[in-house]
Design a protein around this ligand. Structure first.
Ligand SMILES: Cc1cc2nc3c(=O)[nH]c(=O)nc-3n(C[C@H](O)[C@H](O)[C@H](O)COP(=O)(O)OP(=O)(O)OC[C@H]3O[C@@H](n4cnc5c(N)ncnc54)[C@H](O)[C@@H]3O)c2cc1C
Length: 410
């Protein structure tokens, strides 16, 4: 196959995996990212899998999978703070910037265009032209939409494939290790902790600190609390600021109303184990994210393809979105290396559609209990009625997703 010119929309992990791998295959690649800021600063904890490191090695990045923060088991904490269940499985948690930064550094600086927002595309039989908010136009043989779950590219090529609200939001926060007093540190820091109040789920885990620091005392602690919120009234209310302006389905942390934050902390006190309630109370900046997922009927249309969350976005319970984005990029690069371009895109569509759908379904399954909170109780069945703590500890995260389900071939 003769390599051509690829335009990548979105310069996060998916766009950079694709950009680096296609460059390696001889393609001329330009990445266009809407944000003008350094995305390494997103700073959340992240579950990783070996496959992710394998794709990084293909790019020439030599990650050290052991350089995260290790936990020895998963525990469920009761309201009274006692451990009700333990599932012994070691894991290493990493941080977003440990994945993002080397990908960014591996990609030529001059081909990464920050502060560029794609607004429209013009397809042709043998290529695509991208049009940006600043009025510029760029033509390529292939356009890769790696612009996330609310993808502009997907909105243009598949306007009916829209994200689906899961019925709940995630409150999130990050603390410094030094914020945890010794007794809380002892109870939490060596575990992946779960709290399962009726109809809700909180997970909490240690992660590397600033600049991926893993030295004791310099690490961080990350929690994510899933709470049901209805779409029509509850979500707009949470996303309305002090001036009465509703920001849609998301709101920047500094604009969240104080009474909303107070409710979260008071509710933590009322329903969570004291260790987890402490962690929530101690968090300085609470972030709010409505949970959506996305299933696409196709991921290649003409010379435009979708990749990462723009193609399929699973709920965060699977903890595998970054790995899926890496595998999408590897599948696309392999197909383009072996076949002529249109046949390659057709193969990519087939391979990664199957893997993406499986992951989305797994995320929905893991979120069954949370989503069911909007159904009348009498209509709920099985996992919709109650969380089984042992099953949650066992099934949560990507460890239960088999290589075949992820579409891994190696
Ligand atoms: C609470 C939570 C926890 C998670 N935990 C994990 C985890 O533990 N492990 C894991 O693997 N995954 C996790 N994920 C999922 C993971 O974050 C995503 O799967 C991953 O970020 C997808 O990467 P992406 O590059 O496809 O999209 P994104 O990271 O969403 O990036 C899209 C990029 O496109 C840019 N963009 C958007 N529109 C335009 C435009 N019009 N023009 C130009 N640029 C544009 C955006 O600015 C952005 O930088 C979690 C997600 C959530 C919500």
């Amino acid at each position: 196959m003769t390599a051509g010119r690829a335009l990548v929309i979105g310069g996060s992990v998916g766009g950079l995996f694709a950009g680096n791998l296609l460059k390696q295959g001889g393609w001329e690649v330009a990445v266009y990212e809407r944000s003008a800021e350094d995305l390494a600063g997103r700073g959340s904890g992240i579950g990783t899998r070996d496959t992710l490191f394998q794709v990084m090695r293909r790019i020439g990045i030599v990650p050290d999978p052991s350089a995260g923060v290790s936990v020895r088991s998963r525990i469920a904490l009761e309201r009274d703070g006692k451990v009700s269940h333990e599932f012994v499985v070691a894991a290493t948690n990493s941080a977003w910037d440990r994945i993002y930064r080397p990908l960014r550094e591996a990609f030529p600086r001059e081909d990464f265009h920050a502060g560029m927002t794609l607004e429209a595309i013009e397809p042709a039989a043998d290529g695509v032209t991208a049009m940006f908010a600043d009025g510029s136009r760029v033509a390529g043989d292939l356009l890769i939409g790696a612009d996330g779950i609310h993808s502009t590219v997907r909105g243009i090529i598949l306007p009916d494939a829209t994200p689906r609200y899961a019925g709940y939001v995630a409150w999130r926060g990050i603390l410094e290790e030094s914020d945890l007093p010794p007794e809380i540190h002892r109870a939490l820091f060596e575990h992946f902790s779960f709290g399962l109040p009726e109809g809700e789920l909180i997970i909490a885990l240690p992660m590397p600190g600033r600049d991926a620091d893993t030295r004791p005392g310099h690490r961080r602690y990350h929690w994510v609390w899933f709470r049901p919120v209805d779409f029509e009234r509850g979500l707009p209310a949470l996303c309305t600021d002090i001036h009465g302006r509703c920001h849609g389905t998301a709101i920047p942390p500094p604009l969240i109303r104080p009474e909303v934050l107070e409710e979260v902390k008071a509710h933590a006190d009322a329903v969570l184990a004291p260790q987890l309630a402490f962690v929530v109370a101690r968090t300085r900046v609470l972030m709010l994210q409505a949970i959506f997922d996305l299933d696409s009927p196709r991921i290649a249309v003409g010379r435009t393809v979708l990749l990462g969350d723009a193609a399929f976005a699973a709920r965060p319970h699977v903890g595998a979105g970054v790995t899926k984005a890496a595998l999408d990029a590897a599948s696309l690069a392999d197909a383009l290396a072996e076949l002529e371009i249109d046949a390659a895109l057709a193969r990519y569509d087939r391979e990664r559609r199957a893997a993406g759908s499986t992951l989305v379904a797994r995320g929905r399954q893991l979120g069954t209990h949370l989503e069911a909170q909007h159904k009348p109780r009498a209509e709920r069945r099985g996992a919709e009625l109650r969380h089984d703590p042992a099953a949650v500890l066992r099934d949560y995260g990507a460890a239960v997703i088999t290589p075949a389900e992820m579409g891994e071939t190696g």
